[in-house]
Design a protein around this ligand. Structure first.
Ligand SMILES: Nc1nc2c(ncn2[C@@H]2O[C@H](COP(=O)(O)OP(=O)(O)OP(=O)(O)O)[C@@H](O)[C@H]2O)c(=O)[nH]1
Length: 353
């Protein structure tokens, strides 16, 4: 079977909070008329991305076109979860014309690419392209860089050591897998900084890859879909840290948990609290929902490091509790007790001090 008769699959990868869901939402809004099925895999068990995408308000985008895989990381649950999901999509009476997969921010894309070589999907699907979304200011700030001194020191004990920064490993794998890079959040850097980031990425990429600059993931879907890369047949040019791990990849450098938060006194106070917690405990990502006194709408909050965005996204129903839930993600060793105590504290008790 040739690539053209197989259903094309686009994989969107990129680190936590880079803007994958935002880009995907833009694709769904602009690609109306095409039957696109979406598979979302999230690190953290709340399924927020699926909820955001279902709320995209696109006509013809049906609930069951968005499939969530929350049972662990996609790259580790390929056989149990992922392949049956793909087969079920293909076996539908009206199968999708294109499938877009959003990986978790911590996924190494290569194992997922390998899965497309499995006999059950190989003849029916092809990977049209891997799109890696980058948070331009996070790259510029050195979030994914190693500390050369620390690496040199650790190498004395273990010569096979590659990185001292676990974020560097994920970042490198996601770059290595890319057919197209979307350099997102351009609004947060000036032109010279963007040029510097682009030059750095070009140096890091193992092969020439097109880089597109974007704000809020606004890239024409015609540029993103239809790359025709057939990436599953080109694994050797996409080196991965996973290659050396005998298929084992535990994600034990990172952890996540969910905190139930009480009704908040005001949006501003809540955002200040979230920013303080993110800064004090070096939290990588926070996202979730809360309710605010006197407000009939639900407050959705999104944090990447200490940068937060929020919106009132929909009315709260009478049946819904006015407590909220926030997913917290960081490197292993997060002070879960202290973070939980800070976020779950009664706001009226803390507001006086
Ligand atoms: N300033 C700015 N913020 C952005 C841009 N694109 C996305 N964001 C914000 O960044 C935050 C994270 O965006 P998401 O699209 O949820 O990121 P993600 O990569 O899907 O996150 P995970 O699934 O948790 O890894 C949200 O608050 C977005 O509104 C951008 O171009 N500029």
């Amino acid at each position: 079977m040739t690539a053209s008769t197989r259903v094309p699959v686009t994989i969107i990868t990129g680190f936590l909070g880079a803007g994958k869901t935002t880009l995907l939402r833009h694709i769904l809004q602009k690609a109306q008329g095409h039957r696109i099925a979406v598979v979302v895999n999230e690190f953290g068990s709340l399924g927020i991305d699926g909820e955001i995408l279902r709320g995209c308000g696109v006509e013809g985008c049906r609930e069951d076109d968005i499939v969530e895989l929350t049972n662990g990381c996609l790259c580790c649950t390929v056989a149990d979860d992922f392949l049956p999901t793909m087969e079920a999509l293909l076996d539908r009476a009206d199968p999708p014309e294109h499938v877009v997969i959003e990986t978790s921010g911590l996924a190494l894309p290569k194992p997922l690419l390998k899965a497309f070589g499995w006999p059950t999907v190989r003849s029916r699907m092809t990977v049209d392209g891997v799109i890696t979304v980058l948070d331009a200011p996070a790259v510029a700030s050195g979030r994914f860089a190693d500390d050369p001194e620390a690496v040199a020191k650790q190498r004395e004990a273990d010569p096979s050591l590659d990185h001292d920064n676990p974020l560097a490993e994920v970042f490198e794998d996601q770059l290595n897998a890319a057919d197209l890079i979307v350099l997102n959040k351009t609004d947060l850097l000036d032109a010279a900084q963007l040029d510097a980031v682009e030059a750095e990425i070009t140096t890091l990429c193992p092969r020439p890859v097109r880089i597109i600059r974007a704000q809020d993931g606004k890239v024409d879907p015609a540029v993103l879909l239809g790359l025709g890369a057939e990436a599953e047949a080109d694994l050797q040019s996409r080196p991965s840290h996973h290659d050396a791990e005998d298929g084992e990849h535990e994600h034990d450098d990172f952890e996540s948990f969910v905190v139930t938060v009480p009704e908040q006194l005001s949006v501003e106070r809540f955002l200040t609290l979230l920013q303080d917690v993110a800064a004090r405990y070096d939290v990588l990502r926070m996202k979730g929902f809360a309710s605010v006194q006197g407000k009939p709408m639900r407050l959705a909050v999104q944090g990447v490091g200490t940068r937060f965005r929020h919106e009132f996204d929909r009315p709260l129903t009478a049946q819904e509790a006015r407590t909220g839930r926030i997913v917290v993600i960081g490197q292993k060793g997060l002070d879960q007790a202290a973070i939980t105590a800070a976020l779950a504290a009664d706001p009226s008790a803390t507001s006086a001090g």
